[in-house]
Design a protein around this ligand. Structure first.
Ligand code: SF4
Length: 258
């Protein structure tokens, strides 16, 4: 990874009064400029992380729903170590509905908050059986009515199990959306709507994956590797972390961005 050719243009100064007239973007750039920069950033991230994907293992919507519920407050790696046994034992919504609580708790204990998660999974199975004939619904409005399912989980399932548009806002997506100057919002639902207004619907699911990949590998919470960042020239926060290429590359986790 080479250092960026130039730092992101200070967009407020670059756009001047037109930006102010057009409005209220996080960086002061015009709305048109913000949309262009957001889409360019998404394209650059696509080039940098061509293998970005959902890092939870699953083979059907129910498995992804369960894995996403289990992923709260733990890592995808930990969930993937836990789910093979769970998925082998509980294959249908009815299996979760009639699960032996103590046994299910033991199987998922390593994911943390295991009592609350067990409650959610048993109630999830019951509600799926009672209201959806045992099937996982494929709409956001229905998904968020299920136990243990918030908007983030619903969007993960929509985008990855059903191939529908959905922006899942986790801690990485929220942090990067703000650092990249795409929004100032801190509420995940507002971040989701802000990103959704900038990026085509067909890209929503992959945008989440790319931002999560970037957040895990390069743009870390405490010390972003700005000098090794594939979108540095588009980022108004460039310089938040080390800009020296050698120092920054030592901060990169996992495979370097392409
Ligand atoms: S690593 Fe630095 S330049 Fe890259 S997105 Fe994060 S803050 Fe911006």
């Amino acid at each position: 990874m080479t250092a960026p050719a130039r730092r992101a243009t200070p967009v407020r100064a670059a756009e001047g009064s037109a930006a102010t007239a057009e409005g209220d973007t996080p960086t002061g750039e015009s709305r048109v400029a913000l949309v262009r920069r957001a889409r360019r950033t998404n394209r650059e991230l696509a080039r940098a992380y061509p293998d970005a994907h959902c890092e939870l293992d699953f083979t059907n919507p129910l498995e992804l729903l369960v894995a996403t519920i289990l992923s709260a407050q733990t890592t995808d790696v930990r969930v993937n170590m836990t789910t093979p046994l769970v998925f082998a034992k509980y294959r249908t919504a009815a299996d979760y509905a009639s699960a032996d609580r103590a046994e299910l708790e033991r199987m998922i204990v390593s994911t943390g908050f295991f009592r609350a998660k067990t409650n959610s999974l048993i109630r999830l199975g019951q509600e799926l059986c009672e209201r959806y004939a045992g099937e996982v619904p494929d709409s956001l409005d229905d998904l968020v009515t299920l136990p243990g399912v918030g908007r983030k989980t619903a969007n993960v399932v929509l985008a990855n199990a059903f191939g529908k548009p959905g922006i899942a806002v986790d801690t990485h997506v929220g942090r990067l959306a703000r650092r990249l100057g795409l929004t100032n919002e801190t509420d995940p639902v507002r971040v989701e709507h802000a990103l959704g207004a900038l990026i085509p619907r067909s890209e929503w699911g992959m945008l989440s994956h790319r931002l999560i990949f970037h957040g895990r590998r390069v743009c870390h919470s405490r010390k972003p590797a700005c000098g090794a960042c594939p979108v540095a020239r588009l980022c108004p926060s460039y310089g938040l972390g080390p800009t020296d290429a050698a120092e920054a590359s030592r901060l990169v986790k996992g495979p370097a961005a392409q």
